[in-house]
Structures are given as C-alpha cells and as structure tokens.
Design a protein around this ligand. Structure first.
Ligand SMILES: [Zn+2]
Length: 356
C-alpha cells in the first residue's frame, strides 16, 4: 500500500455505498482503477467492470462486491421517531446508541438510535434490541417536523463510523464487507500496471452491486461477461475472537492468511492452481469448508450459464456486519498478492474441466 492507495482506501471505505445505492462508491472506485485499466463497462443496476485487454477472447474475472448493509426508513411515528427495516443483514443488536446518516433528497440528515436508560429498565424483564423496538431520533417532535428535514419512507440509513487502524496491524471500521474487496482487486490492477505485466487474456475487474441481498449484481455481470474463469474475494469470519464456535464455524484467524473455501461451487482444478501458486510464492493460506454453497458471489459466477470455473479467496475479519469489522493488514496484502500471482502464471485458454 502506498500513499495514494491508502488515501483511496480511506475515501472508499468511509463513503456509504448501501445495497441498491452504490453509485457514489462505484465512482470513487472507477476513478482510482481507471489509470491501471484499458476501459470499463457499467450496467443498469450499477455494477462496474474495469477491463484490461477488452479484445481478448479468453476472459478472467476477479471480483468483489460494492454494496454494504444498511437500513430503510419504514415508518415515522406521530411523535417523530423513525422505525426501520433491514437492507441486507444489518444487526439490530448493535443499533442502540449508534449515530446514523440518513440519505434524503435534501442531503444527509444526522440521527441516532436511541434506547431507554439503564436506570429505568428492569434487569429481569428488559427487552433486547430487535426490529420491533429500535428507533431513530433525528431531534424532531412530530412526523411533520421529520418530513420537513426531507426524511421519507424508503430513505437509506447507514451507521456513521469511520475507518481506523488498531495497533498498526489491523484495519477496523464499517463495511470492510466488502469494500475492502473492492480495494484489493483495484490493488491487483495497480500491481499489474506498475510491474508492466502484459496479460495474454482479458482481465475483468468486477465490482458488483447487491451481494448482500442475494448475489444479484454478480449474477448480472456473470451473464454479461461470460468469463472462462472467476476469482471472487469476500470476507469470512475470524473464529478466534470471543464467543465463536470453531466446531460449527471452522478455524480461521485474522493474520494467518487468505482463506480458501472448499465446496461444490468451487472448481477444484482452479482451486488446486491457486494453492500451488500460494505454495510457490510462499503466501500463507487457511482452509474452510462450505456446506452446499459459499454464500458469496462465487456461487453466482459458478452457476451462471453453462458454468464458470470459480474460486473464492476470503479475507478473515472479526465482528462481521458490525461497525468495527476488523481485518489484519498482512492478510489484505496476501489476498492481493495471491490474486496477482495467480493471474501472472495463468496461461491463455487454460481448460479447467475435470474430464476432457
Ligand atoms: Zn456481508
């Protein structure tokens, strides 16, 4: 990471890019990656692919998702409190006492998730935060006053938190899931450009929208590009932080390297090639098993059209879907290096089929 990429990382991560409303983030991303790629395509719902060698017949995708979880304004009470529904897997448990940004036609309006004081709660009968009781206060005393601020049903709400470093080793902030992925694939493009690598195939660096509500942007991009190979990056759980269960959630730790998933959606010959690349280049990696599907855009690429050789390289993070998602800086670099080294060794036209 150099000065310029660090500036991009903070600008990109601190910008809000909720599912369905990713355009501002996509613009920041495209502005950064343009210098390292030949051209780009965009689609109706906002996914973007920056392309190297757009004329090539053999197409390789590296992909991350651009969106982040958020809330929608669902109901405004007569007293001026706002009730919400989820946009993606937003966490009701962490909401009380969080500051929020509400995106309205009149711009960002500040608010807070309120909560009754500990003094007035009864320890035995107190309620846990849930969708039925969390609410946002924007400093208004009536529905009319809320509406005068520009707030309407359907406005999108994000937590107001910024990226920071912990102990010089970890990145910590909101929506590392998965804009850290967008950062990493952009850094692969930068590394290819700076090392003057001339790839023998077309490389499509895809930043897909709407992953958090069902891999939707990736489905569209897979159908559009019809690549021969797709390497997806997303986040997975560090199961060494407190209260995880390794028997159930597997054994992955931030700082111990990218996580490679094993599962039916992952093409085994492609996975083998990635592992061999990691071994040759001495890049550490960890293993994880995916029951049925990976739950990431890998599935969307793998099962699109006639099937695309797909694989998943995950970044282990702590506290997923909170505002303090925490990733190890060395893992971030190792994911970038592994994707880069894989691309450098891949031959044009490689056939990954099991039976020929
Ligand atoms: Zn997520």
């Amino acid at each position: 990471m150099n000065e310029k990429s660090k500036k991009f990382l903070y600008e990109y991560l601190d910008n809000a890019s909720p599912t369905g409303f990713e355009s501002s983030g996509q613009k920041i991303w495209l502005e950064y990656i343009k210098a390292f790629t030949d051209e780009y395509i965009t689609d109706t719902y906002g996914s973007v692919a920056a392309i190297i060698n757009p004329e090539a017949e053999y197409k390789v995708v590296i992909e991350a998702h651009a969106d982040e979880i958020s809330w929608f304004v669902n109901y405004i009470s007569d007293e001026g409190y706002i009730y919400v529904v989820r946009n993606g897997g937003s966490d009701h448990q962490i909401a009380p006492s969080k500051r929020v940004n509400i995106a309205t036609d009149k711009g960002i309006v500040k608010g807070v998730f309120g909560w009754p004081a500990i003094h007035v709660r009864d320890a035995k009968s107190e309620k846990a935060p849930g969708l039925d009781n969390i609410f946002i206060d924007v400093g208004c005393e009536s529905k009319k006053e809320v509406e005068e601020l520009g707030i309407q049903v359907g406005n999108v709400i994000t937590f107001d938190d910024e990226l920071m470093e912990l102990n010089g080793k970890y990145l910590c902030g909101r929506a590392l899931d998965n804009r850290i992925g967008g950062f990493m694939i952009a850094e692969v493009a930068r590394k290819l450009a700076e090392n003057n690598v001339k790839l023998p195939f077309g490389l499509y660096i895809v930043n897909a929208v709407q992953e958090e509500i069902g891999l939707r942007g990736a489905e569209m991009m897979a159908a559009r590009i019809k690549p021969n190979v797709a390497i997806i990056t997303d986040v997975c759980h560090d199961t060494h932080s407190p209260m995880y269960d390794k028997k159930k959630d597997g054994d992955q730790k931030a700082g111990k390297g990218p996580v490679l998933s094993f599962g039916p959606a992952v093409q085994n010959n492609l996975l083998k090639m990635i592992m061999e690349t990691a071994d040759n280049k001495k890049i550490p990696y960890q293993r994880a098993a995916a029951s049925r599907s990976t739950g990431t855009d890998t599935d969307a690429f793998a099962y699109s059209g006639e099937g695309i050789a797909s694989s998943l390289i995950s970044l282990p993070i702590k506290y997923m879907h909170t505002t303090v998602e925490t990733a190890h800086l060395e893992d971030v670099q190792n994911v970038i290096d592994l994707m880069y080294e894989f691309l450098v060794q891949l031959k044009e036209g490689h056939d990954f089929r099991y039976i020929k």
